[in-house]
Design a protein around this ligand. Structure first.
Ligand SMILES: *Cc1c(COP(=O)(O)O)cnc(C)c1O
Length: 399
């Protein structure tokens, strides 16, 4: 039977120590033992169900990690204090000095900056490729390559990664495929398609409330255990631990994710069609002309749509700026970075979330300076929202 991420979360039985249906928050940094030998065994990872210290595991974090890994269909998960914490710890754990990474040229700006500017300090170098060009991916692999890095749906151009093919390339070379699934939770299940490690910024759709920053790492039990090994686990030693109060609130929000994704997708698909009809260049994977459309249909979990992200191209940064100000004034949403919120958010990618990417690379990857990225909200009446957008287009004399 095909993996259904929503059913997998629904079927979890998680309750607190007093039978509380919403698991109680374990607001404690450390844990007491009745027997010294149990503490020693827990330290060495030999006891099930015992907690030692909350940088390693905390019960509230474990509930959330279990729910995220159920959604992904992986053996294990671990939650982090940010998406960047998940990404950087995963990469640092898989690589050592002298290693090499092949990465999609279009990634989240922070990821790009980490690969391009930060890792060379540790003598780890990255080749950036057009991830849709599988021949280029193969050619970029060197004897010291340790991993291929991509996003299921890349930021901000919404390219779709061919995860099964990339996994095959990775397996052939006995290296890891790491996939950031932040834009497409539930819609795409990268681990089920062959990815070895799935990373998330939970800050976005998964939490969906923009009230905190958090991340997650999903993979095999061996990988997660090695990541949090007390002696040499990167996450254990660098310590990007999530606060259990936050884990608890994110877990509650995770239980409505499937309904939210459906509404984000419905609204985004509606706006994409309207922009297209208005003669504006629009990027949305649900449109037939999107280069990843037919491939996405093959690999997606269809119940959740094509996602809440879309982009339009107003050619110049000036125009994009004026249009976004008008939209904010006319209650379309907020001029803000980030995504996955219940209100529509929009930003000019080249000048904001991708500004870490040098302008010449932006041009090379096809990022127009007039690109506006939308994270479409949960609007109840999206036709009304479109009328507001249309009014802004008229004020701009675009329509
Ligand atoms: C936001 C984002 C990140 C970084 O996550 P933080 O929670 O802000 O640290 C990584 N990848 C993608 C695709 C993102 O959108």
């Amino acid at each position: 039977m095909k993996h259904d991420p929503a059913n997998a979360i629904f079927d979890l039985k998680q309750f607190g120590e007093y039978g509380d249906v919403n698991p109680s928050i374990t607001d404690s940094a450390t844990y007491t033992f009745m027997q010294a030998k149990t503490m020693s065994a827990t330290f060495h990872g030999e006891t099930e169900g015992c907690f030692l210290y909350s940088r390693h595991w905390n019960p509230s974090n474990k509930y959330l990690a279990d729910a995220i890994s159920a959604m992904e269909g992986t053996e294990e998960g671990w939650v982090t204090s940010s998406g960047m914490g998940a990404i950087t710890n995963t990469i640092l754990h898989l690589c050592k000095s002298g290693d090499h990474i092949v990465s999609s040229m279009t990634t989240y700006g922070g990821t790009f900056a980490f690969l391009q500017n930060y890792l060379p300090k540790f003598n780890i170098h990255t080749t950036f490729v057009d991830i849709a060009d599988l021949e280029a991916v193969k050619k970029a692999i060197q004897p010291n390559t340790r991993l291929i890095y991509t996003e299921s749906m890349t930021n901000p151009l919404l390219q779709i990664s061919d995860i099964p093919q990339l996994a095959e390339i990775a397996n052939t070379h006995d290296i890891k495929l790491v996939v950031d699934n932040t834009f497409t939770p539930m819609i795409i299940s990268p681990a089920k398609l062959g990815a070895h490690v799935v990373v998330y910024s939970l800050t976005k759709f998964v939490n969906g409330k923009n009230d905190c920053v958090a991340g997650a790492i999903c993979g095999s039990r061996d990988f997660i255990n090695s990541l949090i090994d007390v002696n040499d686990g990167t996450a254990m030693l660098l310590g990007p631990v999530l606060d259990p109060m936050r884990s608890s609130s994110i877990l509650k929000n995770l239980h409505t994710l499937h309904i939210r994704m459906q509404q984000h997708s419905r609204n985004a698909a509606y706006l994409a069609t309207k922009f297209k009809e208005a003669g504006i260049r629009v990027i949305y994977p649900g449109l037939a002309e999107h280069p990843g459309n037919s491939y996405m249909k093959k690999v997606m979990n269809p119940d959740f749509g094509f996602g809440g992200m879309l982009a339009i191209d107003l050619v110049t940064a000036d125009k994009a700026g004026r249009f976004m100000e008008l939209m904010e004034m006319h209650d379309v949403g907020y001029l803000a970075v980030s995504l996955g919120y219940f209100k529509t958010l929009f930003s000019n990618s080249g000048k904001s979330t991708s500004s870490e990417v040098p302008e010449e690379v932006q041009r090379k990857m096809g990022l127009s300076e007039g690109l506006i990225r939308y994270s479409v909200g949960l609007d109840h009446d999206i036709e009304r929202t479109w009328k507001r957008i249309e009014h802004c287009l008229e004020l701009m004399e675009i329509k």
